[in-house]
Design a protein around this ligand. Structure first.
Ligand code: KIV
Length: 273
């Protein structure tokens, strides 16, 4: 049985719940590996723009491209909850369009959608919930705000900004989001916003006290060309393993060692005479 948004909504650590584990995936094999590891939530993140499509930011991915990746992830039939990022400009223009775009992600296989921003998003959150689509929020260093922020900079570093973020989180909670990602803030802000909310927070660069943690698949497996952010713990160096395995293949092809007879189909007698 798939984990529902409603089940995730009750996962507060202070009520004794285990921390929520969320990892991104963008294709069927990735989703299969992530699900087999027993995560609670698979995020089909718009980070696909960075780690799969090679862009410098997340602004260059469309609803159609996100749907393509959501379909691939859904094909793994994961037990984990699948949340899909609403890409930049898919919920900024018009409420009806926002609902249609979220609906497209759900039809592609998402169980809920995630969008960035606080009180300015209250109407769109309401419209999506009216359409029966569960919504996850995302505050702090919201990557879709890179132009407005003037770069990927830690947010909520002043008392006023921290209070603003906590207020934003409360507004999203009151509108009905089931969880909020808190990204790139001082750990005390991660702690305070988690304390202030009845719904769970899922941190990425928000310290140890949030109700869950999320990392990007390629970051945690060592498959990126960029230096990892401070908050990334890299659990494997798959990038080096992949290059080494493919170099071995190239060496064997060039030396004539691959394929050998055991790796070729048998020849019927009639073809040999
Ligand atoms: O797109 C993404 O991977 C995200 C995470 C950084 C939370 O939104």
């Amino acid at each position: 049985m798939t984990t529902s948004a409603l089940q995730i909504r009750s996962r507060k650590r202070r009520s004794g719940a285990a921390p929520i584990v969320m990892v991104t995936a963008y294709d069927e094999p990735g989703a299969r590996y992530v699900d087999a590891a027993g995560v609670d939530i698979i995020l089909v993140g718009d980070s696909v723009a960075n780690v799969v499509m090679g862009h410098d930011d997340t602004l260059h991915v469309t609803v159609e491209e996100m749907c393509h990746h959501v379909r691939a992830v859904a094909a793994a039939k994961p037990r984990a909850h699948v949340v899909a990022d609403m890409p930049w400009m898919s919920y900024h223009v018009d409420l009806a369009d926002s609902v249609r775009n979220a609906g497209a992600l759900v039809r592609a296989g998402a169980h809920s959608v995630k969008l960035e921003g606080g009180r300015v998003r209250r109407e769109v959150v309401r419209a999506l919930l009216d359409a029966e689509i569960p919504v996850m929020g995302h505050l702090g260093l919201t990557p879709q705000s890179v132009l407005a922020f003037g770069g990927f900079k830690v947010q909520a570093k002043t008392r006023e900004a921290a209070e603003w973020l906590i207020k934003d989180a409360t507004v999203l909670q009151d509108e009905g989001v089931y969880a909020i990602v808190i990204e790139g803030v001082p750990s005390v802000v991660g702690t305070r916003v988690t304390e202030a909310l009845e719904i769970p927070t899922i941190g990425i660069g928000a310290g140890p006290d949030t109700d869950g943690q999320v990392l990007v698949f390629h970051d945690l497996l060592g498959m990126t060309s960029r230096a990892p952010a401070k908050f990334v713990r890299q659990y494997a160096d798959l990038g080096s393993l992949i290059t080494s395995a493919i170099s071995d293949f190239a060496r064997d092809v060039r030396s004539g060692d691959f394929p050998n007879l055991a790796e070729a189909y048998d020849n019927p007698d009639e073809l040999l005479n």
